[in-house]
Design a protein around this ligand. Structure first.
Ligand code: SF4
Length: 392
């Protein structure tokens, strides 16, 4: 029964979807940390299979030692040394070497490569868990330390595996520009030197990739949270311009409340299922409950081990399948895996991977613009769903 869903006909197009959710592992998380840092080269020390996932999804040059079975038996150090030398010849100074499951368990000593100036070794095999673990290991390997003399606001929680990473970053910068506050480091979307030496305050975008560096000044995940952030920056920079932000918050509240009330006059509150990491989960659920009085039909990771997209298992995949097919939510938030299962209900992509979608623009999920996008996409998806029911 469960497997029929993975081979469906849609018109003349036969959609052959993946049976597993195939989320990224810790190795991909470590690679993603470096993906938007321009002045460092990345080497994945492992087989081509481990290299394939991050190198295709991160749209960034990544090198690999591409080891094979015999290398794992007879040793891989020479191969690694050779590739580092060849990258050096191209003029690249800083190089991050990331280990995979195979190279991490062989017990081989790779530490001599760190004698090369600028080479850092990150032990981040996929068996450690999801991308947040690898991302954190990569960041810690740089040994960043706050520069107390820099009174500015860092932005962290930026990861290229987050579908909203660039849009969120632009939205944060827009709010910085309105208020006129100085920015510190963008972690990890900056030069190596800036990331190693952040300033003493930090705004977090996606909490899954929070750095823990600098005094935490909150998030932009919701209007209340944006208001709290604005008050925080008033304390730090009494002359900053936050009036415009508060005006924007009121207008956003008004626009969203009007659109959602209009929807609820003609429709029942929707039932929803949300499958994404904890930071966005809270935000999406709160938004849907606040404005659309939505009924949530699944529970988050802390309440049930079943739904953590970054630690997948066959039983979890089956549990997702059961929730969606048995409870039949009106609207599903998740990755392309949940989209394949959902089939008919309205769907909004909020978590990685989103394989069957063309994404060219930089859409935010947070800030006022992100919240407007989220509610706009929700209302349009529910509307399209109602229209398709009418025509069936
Ligand atoms: S889980 Fe291990 S073997 Fe699989 S891609 Fe990640 S590092 Fe490679």
């Amino acid at each position: 029964m469960a497997l029929d869903i993975f081979s469906q006909k849609s018109g003349n197009l036969k959609l052959q979807a993946c049976r597993e959710s195939l989320p990224p592992c810790a190795l991909s998380g470590a690679t993603a940390f470096f993906a938007d840092i321009p002045d460092i080269s990345i080497v994945i020390h492992g087989p081509s299979g481990c290299f394939f996932y991050p190198s295709t999804v991160l749209h960034r040059e990544v090198f690999t030692t591409g080891i094979i079975e015999s290398d794992a038996i007879f040793g891989t150090y020479e191969r690694l040394d050779e590739i580092i030398r060849s990258i050096r010849k191209k003029g690249h100074k800083d190089i991050a070497v990331i280990t995979s499951c195979v190279t991490s368990v062989t017990g081989e000593d790779y530490s001599p490569i760190t004698d090369y100036e600028g080479v850092i070794l990150i032990d981040s095999p996929g068996f450690l868990g999801g991308p947040a673990i690898g991302y954190k290991r990569a960041m810690d390997a740089l040994e960043p330390a706050c520069d107390e003399s820099k009174i500015a606001m860092n932005v962290d929680g930026i990861c290229k595996l987050d579908p909203f990473n660039k849009g969120n970053f632009f939205e944060a910068r827009r709010l910085f520009n309105i208020s006129g506050i100085p920015h510190g480091s963008f972690i990890a979307f900056d030069t190596l030197a800036n990331i190693k030496s952040p300033s003493n305050y930090t705004l977090t975008l996606n909490p899954l990739y929070e750095s823990g560096l600098g005094a935490q000044c909150g998030t932009l995940l919701g209007l209340d949270e944006i208001g709290q952030f604005a008050k925080k920056i008033e304390e730090i920079w009494p002359n900053c311009r936050t009036e415009e932000i508060f005006i924007e918050l009121d207008k956003t509240e008004e626009i969203i409340s009007y659109a959602c009330e209009k929807y609820l006059k003609r429709n029942d509150p929707p039932s929803i299922a949300v499958f994404c990491d904890h930071g966005y989960y809270e935000y999406i659920v709160k938004t849907m409950k606040n404005y659309l009085d939505a009924e949530l039909i699944n529970v988050k990771k802390e309440e049930s081990d079943q739904f953590n997209i970054y630690e997948p298992s066959p039983s979890q995949n089956f549990a997702v399948f059961e929730v969606i097919t048995e409870s039949k939510p009106d609207l599903v938030f998740g990755s392309s895996f949940e989209k394949v299962i959902s089939n008919k209900p309205a769907f909004i992509g909020v978590s990685y991977p989103l394989r069957d979608k063309v994404s060219l623009s930089s859409k935010p999920l947070l800030g006022t613009e992100g919240l407007l996008h989220l509610v706009e996409d929700t209302l349009n998806a529910l509307r399209d769903r109602s229209l398709s029911h009418c025509t069936e």
